[in-house]
Design a protein around this ligand. Structure first.
Ligand code: NAD
Length: 304
């Protein structure tokens, strides 16, 4: 299959590109290298094109599948207007390209749009805008829903993805990466008071598998990609200490953000994920962290 990955030099996109190549697919990556980096594509044999998909562009290729991962992904990106405009315009351009190519379109949505809604989070529950990033993803889902009858379009609401090749995201990289780094260098892991907020952490190898499975889904839809398991930051720190052979107590500090813009808990309802997508996560949190940290030990914990 001929695949295009937008944002393919980023975290999830690069893992996806490398996995698709393992299965002999022909892969083209486009990325404007905002938070992505070519180093993430070490070993990638396909074509890389540096471009901003929110600007007019012309790519001549008959793609069978487009995986749209590109977005301004930092919810605290300083320019709200840019986040909104680029995420929406980029999506519209990619929908046009998919329609021209008659390609299946699998795009990244987010669990962030459930805000502080009830858990476990169901696809059809009410949404809450906590950031312009979240707003742009809600609107992308609305655009997609209006096209369900016209094309194969699947939105994946990723929960908290962690794993290799996320370090170029900087502060927006997972808490597993940041806390792991602190513990590894014998610093107390720093978390917001009092560590009882919960996250549904999903290993990137699982997230990539779910993304590829979306190609064969029978009907266009929007679906959660999470494990269904929520872990408190206090428990996460216990696991990180175990994996790293340390025993560091958390240091709690006041959350610096307006609590109305902070998502306290995430947990996927995985009913549709299992029954419609046919996906169930394979990696336990501890095994995913072990696999990830051995990759970091081999490849470096920093992006220098
Ligand atoms: N990582 C997570 O936990 C998570 C959770 C929910 C949703 N998502 C979504 O998954 C997708 C991938 O996220 P990620 O974690 O890999 O982040 P990332 O920042 O590593 O990847 C995004 C990539 O898109 C590129 N990009 C941004 N704007 C672009 C543009 N206009 N044109 C071309 N390229 C552009 C960036 O350079 C980067 O390589 C995003 O759409 C994100 O919103 C991720």
């Amino acid at each position: 299959m001929k695949c295009l990955i937008t944002g393919g030099a980023g975290f999830i996109g690069s893992n996806l590109a490398l996995e698709l190549e393992k299965h002999e697919h022909e892969v083209v990556v486009v990325d404007n290298l905002l938070t992505g980096n070519k180093n993430n594509l070490e070993g990638f044999k396909g074509k890389f094109i540096e471009l901003d998909i929110s600007e007019p562009f012309d790519i001549n290729n008959n793609f069978d599948i487009i995986f749209h991962q590109a977005a301004i992904t930092d919810p605290r990106h300083p320019n709200d207007e840019e986040t909104y405009n680029k995420n929406i315009q980029g999506f519209n351009n990619i929908i046009n390209l998919a329609q021209k190519n008659n390609a299946k379109l699998i795009y990244a949505s987010t669990a962030g749009l459930y805000g502080n809604g009830s858990t476990p989070m169901k696809e059809d529950q009410e949404k809450e805008i906590l950031s312009v990033y979240g707003k742009s993803k809600i609107e992308m889902d609305e655009i997609a829903a209006s096209l369900f009858d016209k094309m194969h379009i699947v939105g994946l609401r990723y929960f908290n993805v962690f794993g290799p090749r996320e370090m170029y995201k900087g502060r927006a990289a997972s808490m597993i990466y940041h806390l792991g780094k602190q513990i590894k260098s014998d610093n107390k892991p720093r978390i917001f008071k009092f560590g009882e907020q919960k996250r549904d952490h999903i290993y990137v190898k699982d997230a990539v598998e779910a993304t590829i499975m979306a190609v064969n889904i029978k009907k266009s839809c929007i679906i959660n990609v999470g494990t269904g398991i929520a872990t408190t930051f206090n428990d996460l720190i216990k696991i990180l200490n175990e994996v790293l052979g340390k025993n560091l107590e958390p240091e709690y500090f006041d959350m610096p953000y307006n609590p109305k813009t902070y998502q306290s808990n995430t947990q996927a309802d995985t009913t549709k994920t299992e029954n419609i997508l046919g996906f169930k996560s394979k990696w336990s949190l501890k095994d995913g962290i072990k696999d990830y940290f051995s990759w970091l030990d081999k490849n470096g914990w920093d992006n220098e």
